[in-house]
Design a protein. Structure first.
Length: 65
């Protein structure tokens, strides 16, 4: 799905977005919240996907021995 560099970039964008939009006092805007929520869930889903993929790969290697 996403590699490590892309995940770090998305996380940085999310943190910067929360900070900037909070300072500008437009964090309650529906569009801003929607975009930040989508970025957050993309990162979280990618973490779970990577972990499951790693466990699956590890189990396949253990079974082949």
């Amino acid at each position: 799905m996403l590699n490590d560099k892309q995940s770090l970039i998305l996380t940085g964008l999310m943190v910067a977005g929360i900070f900037i939009f909070g300072v500008l006092d437009i964090l309650e805007n529906f569009v801003v919240l929607t975009i930040l929520t989508i970025v957050f869930f993309t990162v979280v889903i990618n973490i779970f996907y990577s972990k499951l993929k790693l466990e699956d790969t590890t189990q396949k290697q253990d079974n082949s021995k």
